[in-house]
Design a protein around this ligand. Structure first.
Ligand SMILES: Nc1nc2c(ncn2[C@@H]2O[C@H](COP(=O)(O)O[C@H]3[C@@H](O)[C@H](n4cnc5c(=O)[nH]c(N)nc54)O[C@@H]3COP(=O)(O)O)[C@@H](O)[C@H]2O)c(=O)[nH]1
Length: 630
């Protein structure tokens, strides 16, 4: 639609330029005509003046000839006019108007037989001639008349050459003006095109940008309405693109975006419209889709295309994407609804582990609304004192006794009931609530642990572990907060352990390495949570100032089956780096036996104890129970 409007504007611009040139041409023609008329009047005036001077000279020279009626002398005086090429004929008349003598350049140019009865100097024109009459006066009395008749031909000749010259100058000026206007229009056109390009093309990838996308989507929906077909919209968000930007710099980020754009263009059909609508967000418009499986096929094709690594300078980068798919008119009645649905579906794909696609279903919107409600309630949870902490024991395999505690947050919302941290922690992360929430957890846990420590209940406990979220690791005030809380509660730093998941650590290795060093310097223990899921390498692990690894629950769940090999490998690797290994989510005796034999140092799970309220744990701490045979 906008392209049509742009073409109409251009045509209008061309028409206005043509009209301007036409007006300029008319003005130039009018000016030329005026100039010629003025020139004609000026030339004619000069001719009359010239003839009048000559008539006066002839008159004053011929007064004697008139007094003595000397025709010969009169003829000699008139013969002098032969030198003036304009003069065709001339005559001298006596006081009564009778012809004294005359001069004729050609026989055809006869003079009147009698002088015109004119009292004063006079001139008159015809198309071909100009006639000047001059009285001859002697001693105050009129003694005769001189008449000179000249041809207008030389005047016309001069006027013709002046007109020719004026025409040439006018035509030249007009052509120059036309050229200048055309050049100006071309420059304006180029500037317009460039502005249009900037407004519609993403400068990094050269793909259509958000503006262009809006136009193209509107056109696609119009087309689908006319043809009674559908439009598939895929919204694609790169996973962990921020890590590339943060660790390798923005130039590398831009280069990666260009490579992704190229891969998408190479993979998809030429009829599919690919746009970049923001940071790491791309959209693909597919129309018309012929069969029900096409949206899935396109999404899978994109994921497959992005699966191969990207070679960026000396780095080999693995980039995945989360894709939300929506279909018009099945699940959306207009562009906004189509985009909103694709966004909701993309959000689902992201939350269900990334590197995947989800197709929008109406239920998703209900869930999105539920999530919004959850977020609104969560924002008030802290002020309303709805949060509490539970503690889960960690058992040392060698001594069989409780040597550690993990702090886990619990929330009972008055409107929604008990909400699992697996549900509200990600929402807290996305909404930023995690920072004050994390601070509250740290403060409450440290205060409680310090009280137990003062009561002598933590004699056998080496640490109380608190989880740190991704957002908290990025919070520049984190360490200041941690140190302030330790100072304020009096908990010895060595009794505190911070748990960071392997995935979060690997999101920004350099920044997290600096944070880990600060944690180590403060004398706080550091543990890598959910180990085995975050793709860290041995090279990184060697550099991390960590105390222990926690094998992810999913592997423990699979022992002694498929997870056995991984669990054994993690334990061996951790021991080679002098790190302790904690197995989390231990639920069965079989798992305990296997992990013990594999050399696991610490175990945590429902087999020993579920996370419990502080007053329950307090009793357990004072019992100093043996959980495992030593
Ligand atoms: N950043 C923060 N994250 C937190 C905080 N509190 C909790 N969490 C994280 O939320 C996730 C879910 O926690 P939760 O529902 O409390 O689940 C924990 C345990 O209850 C559960 N667990 C422990 N043993 C078993 C078991 O034997 N079986 C089984 N099915 N589940 C078990 O595991 C969760 C502890 O996991 P981890 O932290 O990885 O050790 C979870 O990711 C929490 O980390 C918080 O304050 N901040």
């Amino acid at each position: 639609m906008r392209a049509r409007a742009r073409n109409t504007t251009r045509a209008l611009g061309r028409r206005v330029a043509h009209l301007n040139m036409l007006a300029a041409g008319a003005a130039l023609a009018l000016a030329g005509i005026l100039l010629i008329v003025v020139q004609f009047i000026a030339l004619r005036g000069a001719l009359v003046d010239d003839l009048q001077v000559q008539a006066r000279i002839v008159g004053s020279n011929s007064s004697a000839a008139l007094l003595f009626q000397d025709r010969r002398a009169g003829a000699e005086i008139l013969a002098g006019l032969a030198a003036s090429p304009n003069v065709q004929s001339a005559a001298i008349y006596g006081p009564a108007g009778a012809l004294l003598t005359s001069y004729q350049r050609l026989p055809a140019s006869a003079v009147p037989a009698a002088a015109p009865p004119l009292p004063a100097p006079h001139h008159q024109f015809s198309a071909r001639h100009v006639e000047v009459t001059e009285p001859v006066v002697a001693n105050g009395a009129r003694i005769g008349t001189v008449l000179i008749r000249a041809t207008m031909a030389p005047l016309y000749e001069r006027l013709a050459s002046f007109t020719g010259f004026t025409l040439v100058v006018a035509a030249g000026s007009y052509a120059l003006a036309w050229l200048l206007v055309a050049r100006m229009r071309r420059a304006v056109q180029r500037a317009e095109d460039h502005l249009h390009y900037l407004a519609h093309v993403d400068p990094i990838t050269a793909l259509p940008n958000r503006n262009a996308f809006n136009d193209k989507l509107a056109t696609a929906l119009e087309h689908a309405d006319r043809q009674e077909t559908s439009v598939v919209l895929l919204l694609l968000d790169l996973d962990n693109f921020k890590v590339v930007n943060d660790t390798l710099g923005h130039n590398s980020g831009d280069a990666l975006l260009q490579m992704v754009a190229r891969r998408l263009t190479d993979t998809l059909r030429s009829t599919d419209v690919i746009c970049r609508i923001g940071g790491d967000e791309f959209v693909v418009i597919v129309e018309p889709h012929e069969d029900e499986t096409e949206p899935d096929a396109v999404a899978r094709k994109i994921l497959h295309a992005l699966a191969a690594p990207f070679q960026l300078e000396h780095h080999l980068l693995y980039v995945s994407a989360s894709i939300g798919v929506n279909v018009y008119p099945q699940y959306a009645h207009d562009e906004q609804a189509l985009m909103r649905g694709a966004d909701t579906a993309m959000y689902y794909a992201k939350n269900s582990g990334k590197n995947d696609y989800e197709t929008f279903k109406p239920e998703m919107e209900q869930l999105a609304r539920k999530r919004l409600k959850l977020e609104a309630n969560l924002r008030r949870a802290l002020e309303r004192n709805e949060l509490s902490l539970h503690y889960q024991p960690q058992i040392d395999v060698r001594s069989g006794r409780m040597t550690g505690l993990e702090v886990l947050t619990r929330w009972t919302c008055p409107e929604l009931g008990p909400v699992s941290p697996a549900e509200f922690i990600p929402v807290a992360e996305e909404s930023g609530v995690i920072v004050p929430l994390g601070r509250w957890v740290l403060q409450t846990a440290c205060r409680q642990a310090a009280a137990w420590h003062r009561a002598g209940l933590l004699d056998e406990i080496s640490h109380v572990a608190v989880n740190l979220s991704a957002c908290q690791t990025r919070d520049s005030d984190l360490m200041a907060d941690v140190n302030a809380i330790l100072g304020e509660t009096g908990l010895p730093p060595a009794l505190l352990e911070l748990e960071i998941t392997e995935g979060v650590l690997m999101e920004n290795v350099h920044a997290n390495l600096a944070l880990m060093q600060q944690i180590q310097t403060a004398g706080i223990h550091l543990s890598i949570d959910d180990f085995g899921t975050g793709y860290s390498s041995m090279a990184y692990l060697k550099r991390f100032p960590i105390d222990q690894l926690k094998i992810d629950r999913s592997f423990v769940n699979d022992v002694p089956g498929d997870g056995a090999a991984i669990a054994t490998a993690i334990i061996a690797m951790a021991h080679s780096l002098n790190l302790k290994v904690v197995a989390e989510g231990v639920e069965t005796e079989q798992q305990v036996r296997f992990l013990r034999e594999a050399g696991c140092d610490v175990m945590q799970g429902y087999y020993f104890a579920k996370p419990m309220a502080p007053e329950v744990l307090e009793r357990l701490l004072s019992e100093r129970r043996q959980f495992l045979a030593a």
